[in-house]
Unconditional design. Structure first.
Lengths: 180, 118, 396
């Protein structure tokens, strides 16, 4: 087993174990922090696949923005200092069963590829610098991804407006009707 | 390429370890006389009353959300910026359109008064 | 005269290790480990000097002398402070989450030391030359933000948590103009790697090509580092030290170290991205000159940081947020748009690039000043209108 394979096995185990801890942690804030560990492990997996840019995007967006948003909302909307007790509901055995079935199905699908058990990726066809440049060019190329690129900005705009509308205090409308 | 990341994979745990050593040292060297009054949570000198909880202020949520949106936008713009030199003018304008759409979102948040901190 | 000591030392070490029986990749790994250790140690030891320098300079700005008793010129004052901190009791608050409580300070320090891995110190002296260094900088900053959240929550203290929330809200707010400002050197250099950005400044430093972006990055980095005038999070008169209320002894010391080091690190980053890093006369022949140029430039920028700290009053939290979202972010977006258009126009129309970009920045600055004047005028008119309406008639 080479060093890279060893690192992969350790990272994959960390990702799986922390993912299980996310759903099994009794305290909600701990679950959010285990999520951070899972996201970090996925970023390391991206690095092992020679996708440095995606790994950094994973850390910046998922850990730096989304995990912080989750932690904010978890800490703000619950009395988390006193939060405890198992978060699982009665049907947890059904969830485990479905999870195992999905895993088996994915495994069967993957096993149809000829070299699916290889954990070292084949060498890159081009340098990493070229790939980021290529990604940039393809995002604005009229023949490639310019429409999804612009639609993504509209999607972000919709998310922003939606969240702002949702966060508007309900007392506003009540105040207006009360003043009349 | 992953060997470029080796240095980072080495310096991060090393820094973590090197910063933990003084803390461990002070745990060893410092006295350990804990008593309930000293360990109680600090509330400007008076006893704490009730559960420890923080009032929900919608500002935190709005700021975090606007930050997520602009973070994703910036991440989309980085490959565009890297390829900038080799792009034609129309491609540059497409990126500017991307920025302007999100600037409109910022303007909306501003006019709705959501960027105030109360 | 040794022309390139860094490569020389690297090669000597590699030959020595291979001579001991290691294979080539393992030798590289050992060298990387030694390099990482040397960099982390150098940076943390540098803190002693930095804290002394900051206290002395702040003292002079405030018309006093500063530490001058312990050691010559008070140089050993920081050593004495840390020796004192080492021997104090580590008071762990009751109900605190021990693992997270002790994880937060080293995490905060790691977030700052990790930044040095991509800063090129001299022509052949850089921790690692990843091509996504700028996003790496942002991601390590995000981990620092997480550390503050951990510190606030694990202290089991309402005020620590509140302080941590306000800190994190301010930090994530100021990340937006910082990230947008980082787009400008990327556009000008055609790469996100710090080594490529330094090399691209051989013709002209980026501070001349994009002065507004430099100011934006410098300002938002200072807010990220919690330096005045954005230091309301650590101000004693505010929320009583915020997220690190419940930290004592060396745990607090490590937060302190991380904070100070962040100030110096942001100076180093500003120098790398906008002031040409290690570039200077004769640096290609004698690469050790690059290290000297880099340290000198960083010291100048750090002096500016301390100067600003000692001069400007502290901003309130609502002023801080308004300044960010209503001024810095629109300005950052405008700078990116204007730079993109100006550079491409200069390239297609054949104008001189430096002149075109400088003029474009100047015009944007003019536009910003005019916008601010109009805004101030409208605010003043609104204030006069309301106060005139509310003021009673003068008594006879």
């Amino acid at each position: 087993m080479t060093l890279l394979q060893g690192v992969f096995v350790v990272t994959a185990l960390a990702a799986v174990i922390s993912a299980v801890m996310v759903v099994a942690s009794p305290r909600l804030v701990h679950a959010a922090l285990w999520l951070v560990v899972t996201l970090g492990a996925v970023a390391v997996l991206f690095i092992l696949l020679d996708a440095g840019f995606l790994a950094m995007v994973q850390v910046v967006i998922y850990i730096g923005a989304i995990a912080i948003l989750i932690i904010f909302t978890v800490m703000l909307t619950r009395r988390v200092m006193a939060d405890s007790g198992s978060q699982a509901n009665r049907a947890w055995w059904l969830a485990v069963f479905i999870g195992v079935v999905m895993f088996a199905a994915l495994l069967a699908l993957l096993a149809q590829m000829p070299t699916w058990w290889q954990v070292t990726p084949p060498p890159l066809a081009a340098s990493a610098d070229f790939m980021v440049k290529d990604l940039g060019k393809s995002l604005v190329d009229l023949d490639r991804y310019v429409v999804p690129f612009e639609v993504a900005s509209v999607l972000l705009l919709a998310a922003l407006i939606g969240a702002i509308v949702l966060a508007r205090p309900p007392a506003e409308t009540a105040g207006k009707t009360g003043a009349e | 390429m992953s060997d470029q990341w080796l240095f980072i994979a080495l310096i991060l745990p090393l820094a973590l370890f090197m910063a933990s050593v003084p803390i461990g040292l002070s745990r060893l060297l410092g006295p350990r006389k804990s008593n309930p009054a000293k360990d109680a949570a600090y509330e400007c000198g008076i006893e704490t009353v009730g559960d420890t909880w923080v009032q929900f202020k919608v500002q935190y949520y709005i700021f975090a959300l606007v930050f997520v949106v602009f973070d994703v936008e910036a991440v989309f713009l980085f490959p565009w910026a890297v390829a900038y030199e080799q792009l034609q003018l129309y491609a540059v304008l497409e990126g500017i359109l991307f920025i302007l759409i999100l600037a409109a979102g910022l303007l909306y948040a501003w006019r709705k008064g959501n960027l105030e901190w109360i | 005269m040794i022309t390139d000591p860094f490569t020389l030392v690297g090669d000597l070490l590699r030959e020595f290790l291979i001579g001991l029986g290691l294979k080539a990749p393992e030798a590289s790994g050992v060298i990387a480990f030694l390099g990482a250790g040397a960099l982390a140690t150098a940076v943390l030891v540098l803190c002693f000097l930095l804290i002394w320098a900051e206290r002395k300079i702040l003292a002079r700005i405030q018309d006093r002398i500063g530490p001058n008793r312990v050691g010559p010129f008070g140089l050993l004052q920081t050593v004495a402070d840390f020796a004192k901190l080492l021997t104090k009791e580590v008071v762990v608050p009751s109900g605190a989450d021990k693992l997270l409580y002790f994880l937060a300070p080293p995490l905060a320090v790691m977030a700052v030391v990790g930044l040095w891995a991509v800063i090129p110190l001299a022509p052949n002296l850089v921790g690692t030359d990843i091509n996504v260094a700028l996003i790496y900088l942002i991601s390590i900053g995000a981990i620092g933000t997480l550390a503050i959240m951990l510190a606030g929550w694990s202290s089991n203290n309402k005020y620590a948590l509140l302080g941590a929330f306000r800190s994190v809200a301010m930090l994530i707010s100021y990340e937006v103009p910082m990230v947008l400002a980082l787009l400008v050197p990327t556009m000008l250099a055609g790469s996100m790697g710090t080594v490529a950005i330094v090399e691209a400044q051989r013709q002209m430093w980026f501070v001349v090509l994009a002065p507004l972006a430099a100011i934006l990055f410098f300002t938002s980095s200072m807010a990220e580092a919690g330096k005045a005038p954005f230091d309301l999070l650590e101000a004693e008169s505010e929320i009583v030290a915020g997220y690190n209320i419940e930290y004592s002894s060396m745990a607090f010391g490590m937060f302190f170290v991380g904070d100070f080091l962040h100030g110096f690190t942001l100076s180093a980053l500003t120098v790398t991205l906008f002031f040409g890093g290690w570039l200077g006369p004769y640096v290609d022949q004698y690469s050790w000159l690059g290290l000297i140029y880099f340290l000198a430039k960083t010291a100048v920028v750090y002096f500016a940081v301390i100067w600003i700290r000692g001069t400007l009053p502290r901003l309130r939290i609502d002023q801080v947020n308004a300044f960010n979202w209503k001024f810095l972010v629109p300005l950052a977006l405008s700078v990116v748009v204007v730079t993109a258009v100006a550079d491409k126009a200069a390239a297609t129309l054949g104008w001189d690039r430096t002149l075109a970009l400088f003029v474009a920045n100047g015009l944007l600055l003019l536009g910003t000043v005019i916008a601010l004047q109009l805004y101030a005028r409208s605010q003043r008119r609104r204030f006069e209108r309301t106060s005139l309406a509310a003021a009673p008639a003068p008594a006879r």
